[in-house]
Ligand binder design. Structure first.
Ligand code: FAD
Ligand code: FES
Ligand code: FES
Length: 469
């Protein structure tokens, strides 16, 4: 049984750990403020707030988060805000009503929860942070401006004092369902051997869809979020190692400090709700050809540390993806960590994501580039793409085309032409094969403009069609 503090009161959930929080709140507790819009993490109508052991207030999608994931945490829903605010309606709710930030009202509790979480964030409150915090919330009525105005007018300051959460439960059982949340790697591996068919769950932003959208209920779940060896970020002289269960939100400060362009990609990955649950390990384990972190990690020559009861081995991430959604991971193995080398002197890293929408959208094409320049010539280049093949992969012919060349627009165009030897992309609803090839080549020109052209960084949105051949 999952135990958590719900709106200030200790709660024991009489439900399988694999039920979604949204179903649990709405159908078992009749707490219906959080709504089901899309059931797949896109609309934010289901947003609730999770306060973890760090005391951070995190907006999360209740349609993806499972009841078992709430164990040992504190959950705030919009129903609990008034009492958390000393019996008064919160300023952001007042301003939403006063400024017309709500019309039909379906999306409103999700917006309120996202903004209350933002108000408890230590960071600055600016239009940019408001927009970033709301990128995962859709409204079909207001046009958003009154919502942003309400956030600005309300001031959004913290008011909720985290409660003392209950001790986490290592194994939650309900009916025939089991939800295991081990705290050590040894326990995780032993449970994986004992329950080979259990769903190996990190943040659940991919797997949660199986439950939420496909309405599957796995009989057993093996949750990695409490495994200490998977939750650490460790710095060495030449690398930083991220535990596989470190969430994007937790990884961002170290990632941004190492590789700002990688940090920028992660800030565009899903929404805050998704980044508060989702993990880099999950992005790799999912093995999607259009996942955002694998091309960056391949270009940066990252190494995966993989554990099994037999011990540990290291796999260069480049060798990890062996076919469409197939990986080199054995059945008894888990990804323990991802080791990212620190940048070497003179090295440049850039990554560019192209998607139909700027926010909260999956990549059509993503390119990642690590180049070393020596006296204006390309001394080394490592290039990887997502969205161009069945797996995220290196562009070796483009790399070869660059090697030793003066770093110029002509060299970038030459490398772009060489991509035809690297990839034969498919046509799907995100883009045609020809579009993907064109974009992948154009991104090399963008790289050149950003790193060598007079004037420095370009805003690709501002480039005219004629400039993007
Ligand atoms: C609305 C929405 C927007 C999204 N936007 C993006 C986006 O912009 N870019 C992007 O790349 N992705 C996006 N995603 C996909 C998803 O958020 C990411 O892939 C995320 O990193 C998955 O991590 P997770 O921890 O939630 O994984 P989970 O769903 O828990 O697991 C995913 C897979 O990884 C496996 N796994 C997890 N941990 C391990 C481990 N330690 N060892 C071995 N296998 C493991 C699981 O078994 C499962 O197969 C989006 C998803 C949603 C719902
Ligand atoms: S219901 Fe749309 S994000 Fe959860
Ligand atoms: S107020 Fe109607 S969907 Fe936002």
């Amino acid at each position: 049984m999952s135990r958590f503090v719900l709106n200030g009161v200790l709660h024991r959930a009489e439900a399988p750990g694999s039920m979604t929080m949204l179903d649990y709140l709405r159908t078992r507790l009749q707490l219906t403020a959080a709504k089901e819009g899309c059931a797949e993490g896109d609309c934010g109508a289901c947003t609730i707030i999770r306060v973890g052991s760090s005391g951070r207030h995190e907006a999360v999608n209740a349609c993806l988060m499972l009841v078992g994931q709430a164990d040992g945490a504190e959950i705030l829903t919009v129903e609990g805000l008034e009492s958390a605010n000393g019996g008064r309606i919160t300023p952001v709710q007042e301003e939403m009503a006063r400024l017309g930030g709500t019309q039909c009202g379906f999306c409103t509790p999700g917006f309120i929860a996202a903004l209350v979480a933002l108000g408890h964030d230590a960071g600055p409150l600016t239009d940019d942070t408001i927009h970033e915090a709301l990128a995962g919330n859709l409204c079909r009525c207001t046009g958003y401006r009154p919502i942003v105005d309400a956030a600005r007018e309300a001031g959004l300051s913290p008011f909720h004092q985290p409660a003392r959460p209950p001790e986490p439960t290592p194994a939650q059982r309900h009916g025939g369902h089991a939800f295991f949340a081990p705290t050590s790697l040894a326990e995780l591996l032993a449970l994986r051997a004992e329950h080979p068919d259990a769903m190996l769950l990190a943040g659940g932003t991919d797997l949660g869809l199986d439950v939420s959208k496909e309405r599957r209920q796995p009989p057993s779940v093996l949750h990695t979020a409490r495994v200490r060896e998977l939750c650490a970020v460790e710095e060495a002289s030449d690398s930083v190692t991220f535990g596989a269960a470190v969430t994007y939100t937790e990884a961002l400060p170290a990632l941004e400090a190492l590789y700002p362009s990688f940090g920028h990609i992660v800030r565009r990955l899903g929404s805050r709700q998704i980044r508060n649950l989702g993990t880099i390990g999950g992005n790799i384990g999912n093995a999607s050809p259009i996942g955002d972190t694998p091309p960056c990690l391949i270009a940066l020559d990252a190494t995966l540390v993989v554990s099994s009861p037999g011990g540990e081995r290291e796999i260069p991430i480049e060798d990890f993806f062996v076919g469409y959604r197939r990986t080199a991971l054995g059945r008894d193995e888990v990804i323990r960590a991802i080791r990212l080398p620190k940048p070497a002197p003179g090295e440049i890293f850039r990554a560019y994501k192209v998607s139909k929408r700027y926010d909260q959208d999956i990549s059509t094409v993503i390119g990642a580039y690590r180049i070393t320049l020596d006296g204006g010539a390309v001394a080394a280049a490592r290039i990887a793409y997502g969205g161009m093949a069945a797996v995220p992969a290196r562009a070796r012919r483009a790399e070869d085309a660059l090697h030793g060349m003066a770093w110029s627009e002509a060299a970038a165009l030459g490398a772009g032409a060489a991509l035809a030897g690297d990839f034969r992309p498919i046509t799907d609803h995100r883009g045609s094969a020809a579009y993907r090839m064109r974009v992948a080549a154009n991104l090399l020109v963008r790289l050149w403009r950003d790193t060598a052209a007079p004037g420095g960084e370009t805003d690709v949105m501002a480039l005219g069609a004629a400039e993007l051949r």
